[in-house]
Design a protein around this ligand. Structure first.
Ligand code: AMP
Ligand code: MN
Ligand code: MN
Ligand code: MN
Length: 283
């Protein structure tokens, strides 16, 4: 059977707009056969996603996207095909969730100083027991007419160096890779073109990533272009990393990104799913 993979997306357990069930239904309608749910710093959506995946006949690959700080840069490491019950991973998620709560208070304080009150209460209410992300602050700014698009919320307030930006020390690359590989998962560097790194910095990062047990690079993702794919393929081959494909889908309102709508992985790149343990997955 011709499989359609999408190995990076978000549900309402982090900053996605759809519940895990809605997400799986949509993935099914888009022809996806193997989906990894990779919420930011939480595995809370996976149980519901598994039930929904069973109902529509999709193979769910349990995943996560961890926020990491390496040499003052924030990197996103996707973990694929992992055991979501692995205690150090759960402990690590709790740690990042604490960091997120503290950061949310600081972001709200900065907004308040700019005569935008009430952000903390609003985002807390929006997420309930879930993760607070900058996406939730962007939603708040939009709902209260401080901006007219989510992008503007990042450009004016939330993006790096903007007026409500809070520099954050996430967890170390060592810890994140230990949690993912300890949980039996494959660690993949997400969206490599989004970090705006020099080639030498990217090479240094990838050497550390590889040395610490990283095995994959997201060569194809939503919105990347042919140049990005070429460049990522080059790094994948230079560092002997497998290639992953993931849309990074968050919200159906974003018309540019759709579940499963991805360029093919270049044939010279080894697909990351060859690592997955279930023999049926490596076909
Ligand atoms: P956080 O992990 O809380 O810092 O939030 C990062 C999330 O914000 C990312 O995962 C994206 O979903 C979203 N994001 C980051 N930059 C932008 C942007 N320029 N426009 C829209 N969403 C963004
Ligand atoms: Mn996100
Ligand atoms: Mn990301
Ligand atoms: Mn993501």
């Amino acid at each position: 059977m011709n499989e359609r993979y999408d190995l990076h997306c978000h549900s309402s357990a982090s900053d996605g707009a759809l519940s895990p069930t809605e997400l799986l239904d949509r993935a099914h309608r888009q022809g996806v056969t193997r989906l990894a749910l990779t919420d930011h710093d939480t595995t809370a959506g996976l149980a519901e996603a598994q039930t929904a995946a069973n109902a529509v006949g999709i193979t769910l690959i349990p995943g996560i996207e961890l926020s990491v700080t390496w040499e003052n840069y924030c990197f996103h490491i996707v973990g694929l095909n992992l055991n979501p019950q692995y205690p150090p991973l759960l402990e690590g998620c709790r740690k990042i969730q604490d960091i997120r709560r503290e950061r949310a208070e600081k972001i709200a304080y900065k907004l308040d100083k700019q005569r935008i009150p009430g952000a903390l209460e609003a985002v807390k209410q929006a997420v309930g027991a879930g993760m607070v992300t900058r996406t939730h602050f962007a939603d708040f700014l939009l709902a209260h007419h401080h901006v007219s698009t989510p992008q503007e919320a990042f450009d004016r307030y939330l993006g790096q160096g903007k007026s409500a930006y809070v520099a954050t020390n996430w967890v170390s690359l060592e810890d994140a890779l230990e949690w993912i590989t300890g949980a039996g998962g494959i660690a993949v560097l997400a969206h490599p073109a989004r970090y705006n790194l020099t080639a030498s910095k990217m090479r240094r990062f990838l050497s550390s990533f590889k040395a610490l047990g990283g095995q994959g690079l997201e060569v194809v993702y939503g919105r990347n272009n042919a140049d990005d794919i070429d460049s990522a393929s080059h790094y994948a081959r230079a560092f002997d990393l497998a290639g992953s494909v993931g849309s990074d889908f968050h919200n159906p309102k974003n018309q540019w990104v759709e579940l499963g709508r991805l360029n093919p992985l270049p044939t010279r790149i080894m697909p990351v799913w060859q690592f997955f343990q279930n023999p049926a997955d490596s076909a």
